[in-house]
Design a protein around this ligand. Structure first.
Ligand SMILES: NC(=O)c1ccc[n+]([C@@H]2O[C@H](COP(=O)([O-])OP(=O)(O)OC[C@H]3O[C@@H](n4cnc5c(N)ncnc54)[C@H](O)[C@@H]3O)[C@@H](O)[C@H]2O)c1
Length: 248
């Protein structure tokens, strides 16, 4: 199996793309620690997959130390980290409060920094590993009404490259994934009501929105040894959304 012997911690794994990655990882032989703040959903999925679950708010520094220690104690040293947890907040730049800005940065950006930092020791002890940081197409281009989100996703893209340069000597690869419009509860949650995002799909080359598995399959590739010579790189999963520009 493609992840035989791997020990993986996935953040935001209770639903959406994190849950899809957890399913793929478990099916490919990894020992998986699902983490999230949605404990009931996370525990239920972990039980279904024969995996483990641990509560982890990624913006909480102490909680990271506890989650890593629990994972190492349960399975052994961590060889795959997927920094997937994230939130979206829509507001015009002029109306974005500092509190909203900092909330998004705290989870998406600080959470990714804390996650990478928290696993370095364990992954180094293991002889290497793979860190997959979930950014976005908003880490490649700006989107109106998403100032905090876009800032956080550009930051993830940048810190991925710094980490790749520092950690390569320990056999640790670090890459970013840039999904386009993916069919998960995230946009509906940010808007406060369920929304059908399928019309957005009509605008991209492949004429559809992505499904969580479209991203999970790329995350799986990056977690596996198949991507052994990939580090510091950007993997776009957007149906061709960024293949063009606004003038086309
Ligand atoms: N859905 C999209 O269109 C899309 C596009 C580009 C990038 N992304 C990114 O993909 C990742 C996964 O998002 P998704 O689409 O599966 O959305 P989702 O809302 O379904 O899943 C996000 C998960 O993160 C968890 N989470 C939120 N705050 C957290 C915190 N403080 N600590 C730990 N977990 C927390 C949520 O409980 C949820 O399970 C995010 O980083 C998101 O920014 C999503």
């Amino acid at each position: 199996m493609r992840l035989d012997g791997k020990i993986a911690l996935i953040t935001g794994a209770a639903r959406g793309q994190g849950a899809a990655a957890a399913r793929r990882f478990a099916a490919e032989g990894a020992k998986v620690m699902l983490t999230d703040v949605l404990d009931d959903q996370g525990k239920e999925l972990a039980a279904e997959l024969g995996a483990e679950y641990c509560h982890l708010d990624v913006s909480d520094e102490d909680a990271w130390a506890e989650a890593v220690a629990f994972t190492v104690g349960t399975f052994g040293d961590i060889t795959v980290l997927v920094n997937n947890a994230g939130i979206l907040h829509f507001s015009a730049l002029a109306e974005t409060t500092l509190a909203d800005y900092q909330r998004v940065i705290g989870i998406n950006q600080v959470g990714t920094f804390l996650g990478m930092r928290a696993v370095v020791e364990s992954m180094t002890r293991a002889g290497g590993g793979s860190i997959v940081n979930v950014s976005s197409v908003e880490g490649l281009g700006g989107m109106p009404y998403l100032v905090a989100y876009t800032a956080s996703k550009f930051a993830i893209r940048g810190m991925t490259k710094v980490a790749a340069m520092e950690l390569g000597q320990h056999g640790i690869r670090v890459n970013s994934v840039h999904p386009g419009a993916i069919n998960t509860p995230m946009v509906g949650e940010a808007l406060g009501r369920p929304i059908d995002i399928s019309p957005i799909g009509k605008k991209v080359a492949l004429r559809r929105v992505g499904q969580p598995d479209d991203v999970a399959n790329v995350v799986l590739f990056l977690a596996s040894d198949e991507s052994a010579y990939c580090s510091g790189a950007e993997f776009v999963v957007d149906g061709g959304a960024t293949a063009t520009h606004a003038l086309s």
